[in-house]
Design a binder for this molecule. Structure first.
Ligand SMILES: NC(=O)c1ccc[n+]([C@@H]2O[C@H](COP(=O)([O-])OP(=O)(O)OC[C@H]3O[C@@H](n4cnc5c(N)ncnc54)[C@H](OP(=O)(O)O)[C@@H]3O)[C@@H](O)[C@H]2O)c1
Length: 255
């Protein structure tokens, strides 16, 4: 059942591609939410409007997060290490581009330490719900994404997910399929577990749908203490998801 009182919600990675959508959607629902954002740089803050509710902090630095989490009811974690493409790749010549992580910004630092720092800070501040967006693929240590830039990104993300599940704080872990920059609300969403969806044709999802799922999870008790994979059917195949309570009720896996 939905809770009627406005919740104070912090979105981290609010300058990122999904984080921006979550921040904007929450801002549009002022009757339900008081929103804060956390971004890494002043440039990212400007990019999302530069409001006073946007905190500039680095999640690798535990102390820098503390001001942003004071008094929040819920935290949505949308930070991630971001692989960069090595220069010189020419798609006309075929082959695959190579990727790297900048020094200090490897998944171990951003996805493990950075997410652990956020969970610890939020827990210390008495947060009542943490929503973490992770990625499908984490059940397979040999997943190709782990070789990207030698970052083991899915391994470190999964370690942070486990830390959250063990934290004692009510949580929702959303392991998204391949993210697409397409309109939200147009597709039927599918929840799964243990990467089973990766064996099917439905293993992608628009960022806008992931963003909406994060926000719906804030309001729906059935989302708590759950970890699930999330993907979408192609547009025009199936019925666009409107009832997120029913969607979250389809799964009961705690991790
Ligand atoms: N790409 C996919 O297909 C895919 C699939 C499944 C799941 N996912 C996951 O879904 C989530 C959302 O993805 P996305 O593509 O929307 O994200 P994104 O655009 O890559 O955004 C990540 C954000 O994290 C921030 N960040 C990085 N290091 C930080 C630090 N040390 N302190 C504070 N903030 C930091 C970045 O800020 P700066 O811009 O300032 O660096 C950026 O805004 C990520 O966890 C991603 O791994 C992605």
């Amino acid at each position: 059942m939905a809770d009627a009182s406005p919740k104070t919600v912090l979105v981290t990675g609010a300058g990122g591609r999904t984080g921006q959508i979550v921040y904007k959607k929450l801002k549009e629902r002022t009757d339900q939410f008081i929103v804060r954002g956390l971004v890494r740089t002043p440039e990212s803050k400007e990019k999302i409007g530069g409001a006073d509710d946007v905190f500039v902090a680095d999640v690798r630095d535990a102390a820098s997060i503390v001001p942003a989490v004071q008094g929040i009811d819920a935290l949505i974690i949308l930070t991630s290490a971001v692989p960069k493409m090595k220069p010189g790749f020419d798609p006309t010549k075929g082959g695959r581009p190579e990727f790297y992580f900048e020094d200090g910004l490897y998944p171990e630092q951003v996805d493990w330490i950075g997410q652990k720092n956020q969970i610890d800070a939020a827990k210390a501040a008495g947060v009542k719900h943490i929503i973490l967006v992770g990625s499908m693929g984490g059940t397979n240590p040999n997943h190709p994404l782990n070789s990207l830039g030698n970052g083991n990104i899915l391994v470190w993300k999964r370690k942070a997910e486990q830390y959250l599940a063990d934290s004692g704080v009510p949580y929702t872990i959303i392991r998204a399929g391949g993210l697409q920059d397409k309109d939200g609300g147009q597709r039927e969403l599918l929840v799964g577990k243990d990467d089973e969806l990766l064996q099917t044709e439905t293993r992608t999802i628009p960022r806008a749908d992931v963003a909406e799922a994060c926000i719906q999870a804030l309001q729906i008790e059935a989302a708590k203490f759950k970890a699930f994979d999330l993907a979408s059917k192609p547009e025009n195949l199936g019925t666009p998801t409107k009832d997120f309570g029913a969607l979250f009720a389809q799964t009961s896996a705690r991790f």
